[in-house]
Ligand binder design. Structure first.
Ligand code: ZN
Length: 384
C-alpha cells in the first residue's frame, strides 16, 4: 500500500491540510496525518504541494506531432504517454471530419490501444467523434467535403468505442439521429459546429443533446434578441459545456462568468492538435495545412484551427482569470468532465473506492508527479 504525506488534498468542495491519502490501485482512505506510521507504507512526500485528482481531457486531437485521425496506433501511444506529463490521466482521443474510412480506421486504432491490456499512458475512455455530422456554415477547420448527413446507425455501430460525438441539430436528419442515439446508447450527444438558432438549439436539447462542443467557437453567438446556441447552452440546466481556456479561443474576461453560470457543468478541454508540444511552424489538421505561432494555430484563410493548449495550463488560465477557488478550477478539468461522460463513479475526484489517479502540483499547475491506477507514471525530472 502507498501513502502520500505532506500534501494539501484537493477534494471536490475543499482542500484538506494535515491529512494523508492511502491507496493501492484505488483510493483506500484519507486520514489525519498523525495516524500514519510511515513504516507501514510506501511513502510519497508531496512536499507541501497539492494532491489533486488526475485530469480528464474529453476533447484532444493531437499532441507531439501525432494526430488521432492518422489512424496510427503508435501515434495514440505517443499522445497518451505525452499528456500524462501534463497531469492528464484519462482522455478521449478525438477525430476530425475526415473521410468515413479514415474515421473508422481511427476508431480501430483507438480500440486496439485501449483494449491491448498493457500500460500505454493516460487511460483512454473512448473516442470523441467531432463530426462528420456538422453544418458546413460553421465547419471551422473541419473539411467540408467529408461532412455527412447525421446517421445514428454509424454511431450505434461503434458504440463500444465512441464516448461522445458532435452534431449540428438544425441539419437534415439531425433530430432523428439525436433521438435514436440517446435512446439506444450511452453515447453523449454534443451540439457543435452548428448554425442553429435559439429554438433549434433548444429543440436539440429536448431530443437528447446533453453537451456543447467548445462553447462560443463554431456556433451561433449570443445576442439579446437572437440568443443562438450560446444562449441555449447557458440557459439550459441539462447541458454541460466545453471551454478551450487558452485565452485565445474565448476572451479570458468571460471565464468567471461562464463558470458562474455553468457551475459543475463546465468542462475544460484542450482541443489540442498535433502541433501541441512542438515548435512553431507548419503542421496539418484533418489533412489541411495549419500554421502554429505561440498559442495560435491558424489555417491559410485565418480560420482558427484547434489549439496547442495543455489541460494543466487550461486550469491555470481559468484559476487566474476567475474568482474560482483552486479546487473548483481543478474540478472543471476532472470531476466535471468525468460526470459529463458518465465515468464519475470511477474517476474524477479523490474519493474512497475511486481509481487512484492523482497529480501532485503547485498552484501554477506545474505538474510534479502523475499517478495512474496507483502507479507513478510521471515524476518531474526523473526517468521512470
Ligand atoms: Zn476539436
Amino acid at each position: 500500500m502507498k501513502c502520500i504525506v505532506n500534501g494539501k488534498i484537493v477534494l471536490p468542495n475543499q482542500v484538506l491540510e494535515d491529512y494523508a491519502i492511502i491507496f493501492d490501485q484505488k483510493i483506500q482512505s484519507i486520514v489525519p496525518a498523525k495516524e500514519i506510521d510511515n513504516a507501514d507504507y510506501e511513502i510519497i512526500d508531496a512536499k507541501g504541494k497539492f494532491v489533486a485528482p488526475g485530469l480528464v481531457d474529453m476533447h484532444i486531437h493531437g499532441y507531439l506531432g501525432k494526430d488521432v485521425s492518422d489512424g496510427d496506433e503508435e501515434g495514440i501511444r505517443v499522445m497518451a504517454a505525452g499528456i500524462i506529463q501534463n497531469g492528464v490521466t484519462s482522455w478521449c482521443p478525438t477525430t476530425m471530419t475526415v473521410s468515413k474510412q479514415e474515421i473508422e480506421a481511427a476508431f480501430d486504432s483507438v480500440r486496439n490501444v485501449k483494449n491491448c491490456g498493457e500500460y500505454y499512458g493516460a487511460r483512454i475512455l473512448g473516442v470523441n467523434s467531432e463530426g462528420p455530422f456538422i453544418n458546413p456554415a460553421k465547419k471551422g477547420a473541419q473539411a467540408e467535403e467529408h461532412i455527412l448527413r447525421p446517421d445514428a446507425d454509424f454511431i450505434i455501430k461503434h458504440k463500444d468505442i465512441v464516448k461522445l460525438f458532435t452534431v449540428a441539430p438544425e441539419v437534415d436528419g439531425a433530430v432523428e439521429c439525436i433521438e435514436k442515439v440517446s435512446q439506444d446508447t450511452d453515447v453523449l450527444v454534443s451540439m457543435g459546429h452548428t448554425n442553429a438558432g435559439f429554438d433549434e438549439a433548444n429543440a436539440g436539447i429536448k431530443k437528447g443533446v446533453r453537451h456543447i462542443t467548445h462553447l462560443f467557437n463554431a456556433m451561433t453567438a449570443l445576442s439579446h434578441r437572437s440568443p443562438g446556441v450560446v444562449g441555449a447552452a447557458l440557459a439550459s440546466n441539462d447541458v454541460s459545456v466545453e471551454l478551450i481556456a487558452d485565452t485565445f479561443h474565448v476572451n479570458q474576461g468571460l471565464f468567471g462568468l461562464i463558470a458562474k453560470i455553468k457551475g459543475s457543468k463546465l468542462c475544460l478541454i484542450t482541443d489540442c492538435i498535433r502541433a501541441g508540444g512542438m515548435p512553431d511552424g507548419d503542421y496539418t489538421l484533418g489533412g489541411q495545412p495549419v500554421h502554429k505561432e505561440g498559442i495560435q494555430c491558424l489555417m491559410e484563410d485565418g480560420t482558427i484551427a484547434g489549439s496547442v493548449l495543455n489541460l494543466n495550463q487550461a486550469v491555470r488560465n481559468l484559476y487566474r482569470n476567475s474568482a474560482l477557488e483552486f479546487y473548483e478550477a481543478i474540478a472543471c478539468a476532472s470531476l466535471n468532465p468525468a460526470k459529463a461522460l458518465g465515468s464519475d463513479k470511477e474517476i474524477g475526484s479523490l474519493e474512497v473506492d475511486k481509481r487512484a489517479d492523482m497529480i501532485i502540483t503547485d498552484e501554477s499547475m506545474d505538474i510534479e508527479m502523475t499517478i495512474l491506477d496507483g502507479e507513478i507514471r510521471y515524476s518531474k525530472g526523473e526517468v521512470l
